[in-house]
Design a protein around this ligand. Structure first.
Ligand SMILES: O=C(O)CC1=CCC(=O)O1
Length: 263
């Protein structure tokens, strides 16, 4: 399993797709409580066109979970560290929820490194102290199994759990095996990240994907995010929070059409 040591923090990543040096890079960034396996239905179609870099956000999957609260600067720094490790000057970026927040910060602060950006089920400010402080405390004190029942039902619409029982079992498995301290430290990063004053700096072409039934990053927040980014496009899918898994075909077409459009 490949790792990059970014300022002493081991970040686990995977690369799929063409070795062709001319193929553009596309980076995928996971949501809170998941890992790079959440992109499984995107790998075949996306890697047919792009050199696909997936990674486990610190505190998740096989990446290290250093002690102490994380910050959005650390989450973006980990991506830039991966770029350095792999010799990537510039890439497309697609992040969902917390991964989308990372994408907002990268596109606003490092315009020279980000080509096109897909911001799915996210906002420039996600949740509030009231959401994140008790969530982090519970993850630290009671562990991930205690949180699963409260958090996971909001990720999908009710029909998904019956239709995709196996997929949901895998998602749940990743969630409950996420390091509780690492998860809580990412809650701290989300809680303290308010990028609403920075989105006007984004120059990358941007696609914002919302989920009609998403309560964690609502359609109104997605529309607000899109409206704050120059020339951004907003597309809404009939999904809850994890739209890349709930509406695989629509998500894949929407992203590939956007990335492949002529400038
Ligand atoms: O897990 C949730 O409650 C929803 C969520 C917020 C940020 C993220 O990545 O997921």
């Amino acid at each position: 399993m490949p790792y990059a040591s970014v300022k002493g923090v081991d970040i686990h990543y995977r690369v799929d797709g063409p070795e062709d040096v001319d193929a553009p890079w596309l980076v995928l960034s996971n949501s809170l409580g998941s890992d790079l396996s959440m992109w499984a239905p995107q790998i075949a179609p996306f890697s047919a066109r792009y050199r696909l870099l997936r990674y486990d956000t610190r505190g998740h999957g096989h990446s290290a979970a250093p002690a102490g609260s994380y910050t959005i600067e650390q989450l973006t720094g980990d991506v830039l560290g991966l770029f350095d490790e792999l010799g990537i000057d510039r890439a497309h970026f697609c992040g969902i929820s917390m991964g989308g927040l990372t994408g907002v910060a990268l596109a606003a602060r490092y315009p020279e490194r980000i080509d096109r950006v897909v911001l799915a089920n996210t906002a420039a400010k996600i949740g509030s102290d009231e959401v994140w402080l008790p969530r982090a405390e519970r993850a630290r004190n009671e562990g991930m199994s205690a949180l699963a029942g409260a958090v996971l039902p909001r990720w999908f619409t009710p029909g998904f759990f019956e239709r995709e029982a196996l997929m949901f079992a895998q998602i749940r498995d990743v969630f409950v095996h996420t390091d509780g301290e690492g998860y809580a430290s990412n809650c701290d990063a989300i809680r303290t990240a308010d990028l609403r004053g920075e989105t006007h700096n984004i120059r990358a072409r941007a696609l914002v994907i919302g989920g009609t039934h998403d309560l964690a990053a609502t359609p109104a927040q997605g529309q607000e995010l899109a409206a704050s980014i120059r020339d951004a496009r907003y597309v809404e899918l009939d999904a809850s929070h994890i739209s890349n898994l709930e509406r695989v075909e629509e998500f894949n077409h929407t992203v590939l059409d956007f990335l492949g459009e002529q400038a």
